[in-house]
Unconditional design. Structure first.
Ligand SMILES: [Zn+2]
Length: 78
């Protein structure tokens, strides 16, 4: 059986998980100047009202379909 191990420099030598549980997690990647510029630009567009945030369609009504089908078939039986 092939086993993929994370070879580590700590006393364990390897781990079954893709990181060392005994070492501190790496710091999150810092925001690049380009990302900073993009976020500032998006914020400015939002403030200027030129940016409309697309909202996902409200599909909650789909939960009404199964009970409606059941009620429909019950009515058909009567
Ligand atoms: Zn380790």
């Amino acid at each position: 059986m092939t086993q993929y191990r994370y070879v580590c420099t700590c006393a364990m030598g390897w781990h079954d998980i893709p990181y060392c549980p005994y070492r501190r997690r790496p710091e999150p990647r810092p925001i690049t100047p380009g990302e900073m510029r993009t976020m500032r630009h998006l914020r400015e567009l939002e403030r200027a009202g030129q940016l409309t945030v697309a909202r996902p369609l409200d599909l909650r009504w789909l939960w009404l379909v199964p009970p409606a089908v059941v009620i429909f078939f019950l009515l058909m039986l009567l």
